[in-house]
Design a binder for this molecule. Structure first.
Ligand SMILES: Nc1nc2c(ncn2[C@@H]2O[C@H](COP(=O)(O)OP(=O)(O)OP(=O)(O)O)[C@@H](O)[C@H]2O)c(=O)[nH]1
Ligand SMILES: [Mg+2]
Length: 286
């Protein structure tokens, strides 16, 4: 049995969570088109007959601007202990630049193998991919580099095999049927937040947090927290259209997770400055 942990590092929005889901073969982390979707470390587990690869999905590297983003960056900074390697994710669709070099400095100094995933290669021309591979290779002394598409699954099998190759003899860290360390309650909160992220824009996505008030056999009651009255109006929508839409999208996924039908009651609440309030962040598990 080979087992161990690999940390997933990269800029916000490069597709780290999508990639973790693809490697785990199951949706464990939420994904959105807005940066800073992932706020805490989430383990995604890929199981094989003779291996268990535990991927630590992380927030993207960023410059903190408030207590929330400070905590997020702290999560990233402290995630590189007791790992067998780093999966360094880059987007083939963007210029490989200063942000990536900043992260490279950190991950190449850890003394563990760094595997680069050049993600989002779907629908890109071969010449462009080759160019980006070259730029990626210049970031440091990498162990391997894989062009992949987390979206289409292209190159994912090869990448998984590469990462499993970094593992040594070890125990099972999670029961085989468990794909993540998140509780049902936390997964439900994340699924609701995911739907809200896709449907909102500008400042609103960053101001949203979800708190589960009740998780019963039949009823789930959740609060969507925002910081201002105007954000609340946006999230509620005209005659409640937006919040209804969020619920409609989240419920089937929650039902699939719990394997039962549920009533989902969502309420939007204003909690001023929650992102700057340490006790609020603590309460939200951030
Ligand atoms: N075309 C394409 N889009 C992708 C691919 N992988 C991810 N995306 C998109 O990229 C966006 C960001 O994906 P995430 O997985 O949330 O990115 P992340 O790196 O986890 O982002 P943060 O958690 O905010 O740091 C989403 O719109 C995804 O659908 C890919 O292989 N191809
Ligand atoms: Mg993410």
């Amino acid at each position: 049995m080979r087992s161990g942990f690999v940390a997933v590092a990269g800029r916000p929005n490069v597709g780290k969570s999508t990639l973790v889901n693809a490697l785990a073969g199951k949706k464990v982390a939420i994904v959105s088109d807005k940066p800073q979707t992932t706020r805490r470390r989430i383990f995604g587990v890929a199981n094989g007959d003779d291996f268990q690869l535990v991927l630590a999905d992380l927030p993207g590297f960023q410059r903190p601007i408030d207590a929330l983003t400070e905590r997020m960056q702290h999560t990233v900074d402290t995630a590189f202990e007791d790992i067998e390697g780093v999966l360094f994710v880059l987007s083939a669709r963007e210029r490989i630049g200063a942000g990536d070099r900043f992260i490279a400095k950190k991950v190449y100094s850890l003394g563990v193998p760094v595997v680069i995933a050049l993600n989002k290669v779907d629908r890109l021309k071969a010449g462009h991919i080759a160019q980006q591979m070259q730029a990626a290779a210049q970031l440091g002394d990498f162990h391997a580099i894989h062009p992949v598409s987390a979206k289409t699954g292209d190159g994912i099998g090869e990448l998984r095999t590469e990462l499993v190759g970094l593992l040594e003899e070890g125990p099972l860290y999670f029961p085989r049927e468990q794909a993540t360390d998140l509780s049902d309650t936390d997964q439900i909160a994340e699924l609701i937040r995911e739907k809200a992220l896709w449907l909102t824009k500008d400042e609103v996505p960053h101001a949203i947090s979800v708190e589960i008030e009740e998780l019963g056999e039949k009823y789930i009651r959740a609060f969507l927290l925002v910081e201002t009255e105007s954000q609340k109006q946006i999230l509620v929508g005209k005659q409640g259209a937006m919040i209804k839409q969020i619920g409609t999208r989240a419920r089937p996924e929650i039902e699939a997770l719990l394997a039962r039908q549920v009533f989902l009651e969502l309420t939007v609440k204003v909690r001023p400055r929650w992102r700057r309030d340490e006790s609020q962040l603590e309460r939200l598990g951030l």
